[in-house]
Design a protein around this ligand. Structure first.
Ligand code: SF4
Length: 405
């Protein structure tokens, strides 16, 4: 039995450890600001040198996959040559002021690692001048490998204004019809007016990183439970603003699967989002190194595959949670569609690809493929490419589907 094949965890078993108190001399990026090393172009996270004093909107961070695809960093990725989404993460020496328990960027890491050096969804995030980034993509035009750009906000007093500046700088040079822009928002600092201004500036899709599937898990992992400022009610308020302002199919929520919720809990949320006109983008919980949940187990693969499949059926194939059957522990027993139809959809493989905002291939194929953001390549949770025959055999085993010989 591998470490991915255990029973799903009870809610209390997924409790984060408590954050330590950060000594005052390490708070708010004091170390980086005191050294004040001027940045010189692309910065690759490196614990052995002083982190430059970089700040959005002049600098943004991007995933290792995006930096390789953009061409500002060398390297190869397992079984994929590029990512289709250029994710631009706002950066400041003070970092994110929230403390989400599963997140590598969280505030409690201030003493251990400077913000621009922190791992996030399992990878490093190089910092790149925004002007250089836009220049490269503008010159590529429609030939760019990127199908979408996404601005990832963080919890910081400048986050709203700098998001608008980054968005405007992008749309001044790059037609949003050619490469549309998504906003991964930070509702804690936002008002309805902020949401509307992003739409007016040309953003295409607005998502809210709800992350937790229930209010109890939300509070435990990113609210009072870990001295973090977020509130479930305000996240929903901004999500509903996004629904009004961005409209059907143009808003959604991120959800992490495996933080103590049942399969019924998460799929009820998926259904609610679809009934509102939106989509869910899913992540498989992985214990991020240095986070307050790094001692906890990754989501069992059978649980993840069932939720992945059921979510795809609800989002794209007319499935409904009330037609699915669940056992007493909230685990999916049947998917509410004829078995032949379910088998056909499993065999197509799209359900097991990374979920997120669409690119140029199809509405149900995400541009945001986040290679190995929620698993190691040796046991892929979200496939950043079309799963092949061997992958599908493995997926069927994980779903406990008996192979016909
Ligand atoms: S608000 Fe986002 S970036 Fe900040 S700690 Fe929470 S999950 Fe991480």
């Amino acid at each position: 039995m591998s470490c991915y094949e255990h029973k799903s965890e009870a809610p209390e078993a997924m409790t984060p450890r408590a954050p330590r108190v950060t000594p005052i001399e390490f708070r708010n990026g004091a170390r980086v600001k005191a050294a004040d090393v001027p940045p010189q172009g692309v910065y690759r996270p490196n614990d052995n040198i002083l982190t430059p004093n970089m700040r959005s909107p002049e600098y943004v961070q991007m995933s290792t996959a995006a930096a390789i695809t953009l061409g500002v960093m060398g390297g190869r990725m397992h079984r994929t040559s590029c990512t289709r989404c250029l994710n631009l993460l706002l950066t400041y020496p003070e970092g994110c002021r929230a403390n989400c328990a599963y997140c590598g960027l969280a505030r409690h890491r201030e003493a251990e690692r400077d913000y621009a050096d922190r791992n996030f969804i399992r990878v490093d995030w190089p910092a790149v001048p925004l002007a250089q980034t836009i220049d490269i993509v503008a010159k590529q035009g429609a030939a760019s490998a990127f199908h979408r750009m996404c601005i990832s906000m963080i919890t910081h007093p400048r986050s709203d204004e700098d998001t608008r500046t980054v968005l405007k700088a992008w749309t001044d040079r790059i037609d949003p019809q050619t490469i549309p822009v998504s906003i991964l928002s930070n509702p804690t600092t936002m008002t309805r007016e902020d949401v509307a201004r992003l739409k007016d500036l040309g953003a295409d899709i607005f998502t809210v990183a709800l992350d937790a599937a229930t209010p109890v898990i939300f509070d435990r992992t990113r609210g009072k439970g870990v001295q973090s400022p977020h509130s479930w009610a305000h996240y929903w308020e901004i999500l509903m603003c996004a629904r009004d302002i961005f409209g059907p199919q143009k808003f959604g929520a991120h959800i992490i699967v495996g933080m103590g919720e049942t399969e019924y809990d998460v799929l009820s949320l998926v259904q609610k989002l679809v009934d509102l006109g939106g989509h869910s983008h899913m992540f498989c919980f992985f214990p991020e190194k240095g986070s307050l949940m790094d001692h906890l187990p990754a989501t069992p693969r059978d649980q993840w595959r069932r939720v992945q499949l059921a979510r795809y059926l609800i989002d794209y194939r007319g499935g409904r949670v009330e037609n699915m059957k669940f056992d007493a522990s909230g685990q999916v027993v049947t998917f509410g569609l004829p078995q032949g139809k379910v088998d056909e959809i499993v065999n197509q493989g799209i359900a097991f690809r990374t979920s997120g905002c669409p690119g140029k291939f199809a509405d149900d194929i995400s541009a945001c493929d986040r290679p190995y953001g929620d698993s190691p390549p040796s046991n892929i949770a979200s496939y950043p490419f079309q799963p092949n025959g061997n992958d599908l055999r493995k997926i069927r085993r994980q779903l406990r589907i008996v192979e016909k010989t």
